[in-house]
Ligand binder design. Structure first.
Ligand code: SF4
Length: 90
């Protein structure tokens, strides 16, 4: 099952550690927040992605599977109904 990067935009503080670990999938915007390419992670990147998840200071970096979709992978994800849905999850 493909794994994808999922950023919790309500928690991300733009520390940029994830971009250092996965530069081929994440760049930083002008404020230091991650821009994720949204593609499935190749096997060679999964170990680094797990490290990014464990090293993220606010635990905003998560790994999701492809059946969960690319939810939260685009920098524009904080706006729109999906973000509203995420904010109201228990
Ligand atoms: S390491 Fe965590 S807090 Fe920092 S930019 Fe990445 S997801 Fe956001």
């Amino acid at each position: 099952m493909d794994q994808r990067i999922d950023i919790d935009w309500t928690a991300c503080e733009g520390h940029g550690l994830c971009a250092e670990l996965l530069p081929e999938h994440i760049t930083l915007d002008e404020w230091g927040y991650p821009l994720v390419d949204g593609t499935p992670l190749p096997a060679r990147a999964v170990k680094r992605a797990r490290r990014a998840a464990s090293d993220c200071p606010v635990l905003a970096f998560k790994l999701g599977t492809s059946h969960e979709g690319a939810r939260g992978t685009a920098r524009s994800a904080p706006t729109g109904p999906r973000m509203t849905e995420r904010l109201h999850r228990p």
